[in-house]
Design a protein around this ligand. Structure first.
Ligand code: ATP
Length: 237
């Protein structure tokens, strides 16, 4: 579905991504982990069209993504959330979803918006102000909802569970699993909590200093000495 081949991103002297190559299959769930500054968000930015890579190739369902603006990528089926939720001000939760649907899918489908509100536990907040009246979990649910409203087949989630306490995190994770199954999504999720990743994703990619240093099943990846070293500086936990 999604293929990256030798993708590079340089910011001046900083190599944020070095020769990143991997593929994501239809319906696959992949956890993306790595220490702060490893290049995870940069990878999402390259895939979703926020920044241009300095080198390499990207394709989605066989079509090159290079040169395509973000909205065209959204129309192809690439949806994403942002690390810092930025709902439209002076708009309700429902209006935020409607705008995202128009932008990403080019349609107006109130039934799907209602379904997203239900799946994400936001039905009661549909008419609430999206900037003022929401709890942290609801802000995060709205961020996922905006990405879902674009009608994606590949969903990129950037730390949507960060900052939630354990019970909310578990409940949110279950909602994400239900959403993924309902829409048969491929999912790439950036997340620091390893048990969460392992519960949602049978495959994990690890980035360190812009390079993919491991790719495989969670158990094997989290025992990999290079991965442990990248997080702790030690070779054993
Ligand atoms: N717009 C930019 N201009 C210059 N340098 C940047 C820019 N965006 C990212 N970087 C640098 O690229 C590297 C990768 O950053 P990135 O945000 O992708 O890491 P990350 O793995 O998402 O980190 P975190 O877990 O802290 O969000 C870092 O060294 C960062 O400082």
């Amino acid at each position: 579905m999604l293929t990256l081949d030798g993708v590079q991103v340089n910011f001046g002297g900083v190599q944020a991504l070095k020769n990143a190559s991997f593929a994501v299959a239809e319906g696959e769930s992949v956890g993306l982990v790595g220490p702060n500054g490893a290049g995870k968000t940069t990878l999402f930015n390259v895939i979703s069209g926020v920044i241009r890579p300095t080198g390499g190739r990207l394709t989605f369902r066989g079509q090159s993504l290079l040169g395509l603006p973000d909205w065209k990528r959204a129309r192809l089926g690439i949806g994403r959330s942002f690390q810092i939720p930025r709902p439209l001000g002076h708009c309700t939760v429902r209006e935020n979803l409607i705008v995202a649907q128009r932008f990403g899918a080019g349609i107006n489908d109130p039934k799907r918006i209602d379904e997203i509100l239900d799946l994400l536990g936001l039905r009661d907040k549909a008419d609430a102000d999206a900037t003022g009246a929401l709890a942290l979990t609801e802000h995060k649910a709205l961020e996922v909802g905006k990405a879902l409203a674009t009608n994606p087949s590949l969903l990129l989630l950037d730390e949507v569970l960060a900052g939630l306490e354990t019970n909310s995190k578990r409940a949110f994770m279950e909602r994400l699993g239900a959403v993924r199954d309902r829409y048969r999504l491929a999912l790439v999720i950036i997340e620091h909590d390893l048990p969460t990743i392992a519960a949602l994703c049978p495959r994990v990619l690890v980035l360190n200093f812009g390079q993919i240093i491991a790719d495989g099943a969670p158990d094997a990846v989290f025992r990999n000495p290079e991965v442990i070293r990248s997080y702790t500086g030690e070779t054993t936990l």
